[in-house]
Ligand binder design. Structure first.
Ligand code: UDP
Length: 234
């Protein structure tokens, strides 16, 4: 296997599938099965899941809600997704732990770095919910920082698109896909792969990212077996 410990970032939006809002359970089922498959190969798996399918803080002000309040609502949305994913993984008999960026004692444990690492070593799939527990961050930044903290080998960013393109492939017909990019190239070309905070954290800590299509079954397995899928940023 190419990696020992990975951090898988799933966007909340990807969970919507064809729906306009919320969670498509068939997608959670598919994701969980794929996660289980790689976990069974002995990979230590940590997961960060977004909340954009339910709520995004940035949209708060438009609806008369204070931005910071909105961000906390967004973090709660990530917890809802995390709990749904945890349930689906457990249905497949995976051992899991959900750790939250802020305290929600009745639901899950708080994020404690050493505990997270211990869970991973013991073969538990660890989900980091509630982002970093602070407003003005995103779940991409959460993925980068948590990956650094737990010393993951790579951030695997699962999206609806199969990599990084020079233009939005959902809008521009002849958009060109990159197979590999250095962090500097991505900066120079002004490609939006993650937000700047997330991206800079990865760059400064030499943590590679792979952007890939999570909706294509088997992609995750191919990645951990070392096959070239999606776009590698290093
Ligand atoms: N959020 C936050 N701090 C964090 C992580 C998330 O304030 O550390 C909020 C923020 O409002 C964000 C929302 O939670 O818009 C949902 O996360 P995100 O937009 O990253 O989800 P995704 O786009 O991956 O679905």
């Amino acid at each position: 296997m190419k990696y020992k410990r990975i951090l898988l970032k799933l966007s909340g939006e990807a969970l919507m599938g064809e729906k306009k809002y919320g969670i498509d359970p068939s997608l959670l089922e598919k994701y969980s099965q794929q996660i289980k498959n790689i976990h069974e190969k002995g990979i230590e798996v940590a997961i960060v899941i977004g909340g954009g399918n339910i709520y995004r803080g940035i949209e708060a002000e438009k609806s008369g809600i204070n931005r910071v309040q909105g961000d906390y609502m967004g973090m709660m949305a990530t917890l809802i997704n995390s709990m749904a994913l945890q349930s689906h993984l457990e249905k497949l008999n995976c051992y899991t732990r959900l750790m939250s960026g802020f305290n929600v004692h009745q639901v899950c444990e708080p994020f404690i770095r050493r505990k997270a690492i211990r869970h991973l070593e013991k073969g538990r799939i660890v989900i980091f919910g509630a982002g970093l527990g602070k407003p003005y961050f995103t779940t991409d930044s959460t993925a980068s920082l948590r990956a650094i903290e737990i010393e993951a080998n790579i951030v695997l960013k699962g999206t609806r698109v199969d990599g990084v393109y020079d233009n939005d492939p959902e809008k521009v017909k002849n958009a060109k896909k990159y197979n590999e990019l250095t962090f500097n190239e991505a900066y120079e070309k002004n490609l939006s792969i993650m937000d700047m905070t997330a991206f800079t954290l990865c760059k400064e800590n030499n943590l590679p990212i792979i952007v890939f299509d999570m909706n294509k079954p088997g992609n995750l397995m191919k990645l951990i077996e070392g096959e070239k899928v999606g776009t590698l940023i290093y």
